[in-house]
Design a protein around this ligand. Structure first.
Ligand code: DAH
Length: 339
């Protein structure tokens, strides 16, 4: 029996050491140490032994069992280590590879400034009105006191779809839509694209953006207009900025004014940018003409209002010191990424 046990031990060790996977190791454990394993089957025969032999063989059997167990667990450790090493080797990532960068979009400078102006007016209780870019002659001209042969139409030549339908030349057309659909008090701004058949150059484009403003209520005066525009310009450019109203003529306002803002470059002293004026023209404005109010069914004896229209591009160009309007439309990322 002793020899049997010794033979089992050496065979088992040999098999264990040459085994190279964890599963195989497990079946070796069953084979040698399991309930139906080889050592158990020898221990079952212990009854046949004499009283002196029994403890000696018992001890030996236990030692063999322990040795085999140790060998198995050492081998298991070694196999697990190999497995882990392999896993690490297979899963390594090359951290020197360039990563995948996400291109994050940005708002266009025209959108940035339009949003800012909207915020300023929403803060003053205005709402945003929208109107069609393809417009009837009536809304773009006639209802704004520009009848068919009015000479001021010449300065706003546009693209006609039919004799009667055109691409709007000014957001002032939205004033009429708003007044037709809403009773005073009215307080709206309306940003949007407008069109004119102008040749492209550094300060002209056949498509550009305006922001219209309209307030109609009882007792609205020119002072309200001036205060509102002053608030707008100070919020946009800073508290030091003064505005100046110059008499002008628009068919749909009476009286009318052109509004200048102190030159950002020289702060009113006069320089090349403002052509020595100290001020730069930024928008047109005035008190809504009674004819326009009446045409929209608003009693001009009871209500009065002011309106203004500003060119967004001009404000954006001043804000960012851009000297060519075309840059705003060319969609060159090298330019746009700066904002
Ligand atoms: N619509 C005018 C233009 O495009 C600008 C303008 C002037 C708008 C006076 C107004 C206004 O609302 O009252 O030149």
């Amino acid at each position: 029996m002793k020899q049997q046990l010794e033979k089992i031990e050496s065979l088992a060790k040999e098999e264990i050491l040459s085994c190279d996977d964890i599963k195989g190791l497990d079946s070796l454990r069953v084979k040698y140490l399991g309930k139906k394993g080889e050592i158990t089957s020898i221990l079952k025969q212990m009854g046949k032994l004499s009283a002196e032999e029994r403890p000696i063989i018992g001890q030996l059997a236990n030692k063999v069992r322990e040795d085999i167990e140790n060998t198995i667990s050492e081998k298991l450790k070694a196999l697990k280590q190999i497995e882990q090493d392999n896993a690490i080797k297979n899963e390594t990532i090359d951290i020197t590879l360039p990563g995948k960068t996400k291109q994050i979009g940005k708002l266009h400078p025209l959108t940035i400034v339009a949003n800012e102006i909207k915020e300023i007016f929403i803060g003053m209780g205005y709402s945003i009105a929208d109107g069609p870019e393809v417009e009837y002659d009536y809304y773009n001209f006639e209802a704004l006191n520009l009848p068919p042969d009015h000479p001021a139409r010449d300065t706003q030549d546009t693209f006609y779809i039919t004799d009667n339908i055109l691409l709007r030349t000014q957001t002032s057309s939205v004033q009429v839509h708003v007044m037709e659909n809403q009773k005073p008090p009215i307080r709206v701004i309306s940003p949007g694209r407008v069109y004119r058949s102008d040749a492209v150059d550094a300060t002209h484009s056949p498509l550009f953006n305006q922001i219209e403003g309209l307030v109609v209520d009882k007792g609205i005066t020119m002072a309200d207009l001036k205060g509102t525009l002053e608030t707008l310009m100070r919020r946009l450019y800073g508290d030091d900025y003064k505005i100046r109203l110059r008499p002008h003529h628009f068919p749909f306002t009476e009286p009318s004014a052109e509004v200048d803002v102190m030159c950002f470059n020289c702060q009113g002293k006069g320089c090349r940018v403002c052509k020595n004026e100290g001020y730069i023209e930024v928008l047109g404005a005035g008190m809504v003409h009674p004819k326009v109010l009446e045409g929209c069914g608003i009693d001009s004896e009871i209500y009065s209002g002011f309106a203004f229209g500003l060119g967004l591009e001009r404000i954006v160009m001043r804000r960012y010191n851009i000297n060519d309007m075309r840059l705003l439309y060319e969609n060159d990322l090298r330019f746009l990424e700066q904002f």
